[in-house]
Design a binder for this molecule. Sequence first.
Ligand code: SAH
Ligand code: SF4
Ligand code: F3S
Length: 496
Amino acid sequence: MSQKVTTGVRPTLRIADKNQIPATEPERQYYFMDIAKEYLRQLSEEKGSPLTFHVSTFGCQMNARDSEKLVGILEKIGYVEEDSEEADFVIYNTCTVRENANNKVYGRLGYLNGFQKKNPFMMIGLCGCMMQEPTVVEKIKQSYRFVNLIFGTHNIYKFAELIVTALENSYSEHAAGHGTSMTIDIWKDTDKIVEDLPVERKYSFKSGVNIMFGCNNFCSYCIVPYVRGRERSREPKEIIREVERLAADGVVEIMLLGQNVNSYGKNLEQPMTFAQLLQEIEKVDGIERIRFMTSHPKDLSDDLIEVMKNSKKICKHLHLPLQSGSSRILKLMNRRYDKEHYLELVDKIRAAVPDIALTTDIIVGFPGETEEDFEETMDVVRKVRYDSAFTFIYSKRTGTPAAVMEDQIPEDVIKARFDRLLKEVQTISAEKAGALTGQTLPVLIEEKNEQDASLVTGRLSNNSVVHLPGTEDMIGKIVDVKLLECKGFYYMGESI
Ligand code: SAH
Ligand code: SF4
Ligand code: F3S
């Protein structure tokens, strides 16, 4: 069967016998990886070249880390990564936090269909948060029949098994002539965490590390708890083991990931706080920098501030989402802190770690937001003076309490407030930028400069970008850099 198929003819697989499928994870997934590998071998033989894949990631760091897990499995079974969406397997790992994230995906699906019509080997997969919404899956079933595989956030660990099913459904004798058939597997929730599956890092020297999954906070505007399920913390020993392995593999910077890292460990059999976990991670040799995301103000403890103050490795950057500066709106948002508490926290953190960079997220136009409420947000922005802030226009997410609140704010009012806020945020960031000029500080070199081949680009502990003369072999190293001048939002420096 080494004959090449002509374009337009669908390949057919010889389906593998499946006996003795392991009952436990991750063994079960390794079993399916072997089968997938054999299918890939057959298909690439028919195609006359290796099959390629492309994963496009939307949304947050959590999704970025999930995509690295997808890539780990795809490479393990023999797919080769390709830079374009003309690959043989294109996967969209989707986000649904705001409505426009969803629209982007629908827009691009049509264009993928064009590629698929020309390539009989091409499969299209959809996963991530958007797929946890039943209306989305319904719409895809109705209007995007060409999609081969849909799965959600809770069963991503089953990816190898799902690929096998999707390949069989798309390329079996039975499928031949029937066009593609969709493989759909979505779970409502899970309490499971499967460890020890393959993962392929995007960067050799830094990595995200999940410390928890899901969210229990139910901020009234937010869809994440509905699509990511209940909060589950990983066992500390599993986290430490992963961090140790990463360190042994050359990673110097880790980013601990969770929707609310400050509530880490509450539901473990042997509870442990986030502050305690950080102290354990600090002990791992080789790890030089520790970042984390995201810190919810309601759960940020004095212990954590103390640990940050004494740590040699925790970076001098805290992302502390404000959402609104109005205590009245914060209550409606179910954020469970008020303006005063937030400002007190900021004072405490700055007293403990004076040179810390503070960043935030702010939503404009939450239902019922008055001009006075908005001014409260502006007031906090002026008082805190963030190094940078992500500003979002409120997006109504069906199923969340805020979606049915009275007094949704008209678009033009929101837009005008949004522009005022953005201007304030940008003015302050510009004023704050450059504060470190003249100092010599460690910089983790991350990449070659895109514009100028004689430069490399890296980050300070506080997350500011620095460009300096250098060569590719510096990537992944931490070097002392004298910050010579600040241009807009980045520094120019030289290594010492
Ligand atoms: N767990 C993180 C946030 C994850 S979502 C936290 O609690 O901070 C990232 C950001 O998206 C949020 O901080 C919020 O500012 C924004 N966001 C969430 N839902 C939104 C909505 N419905 N409309 C506009 N922005 C939203
Ligand atoms: Fe959404 Fe709030 Fe959970 Fe963050 S803490 S993910 S904003 S519900
Ligand atoms: Fe989006 Fe899901 Fe993250 S909705 S912001 S990708 S948790």
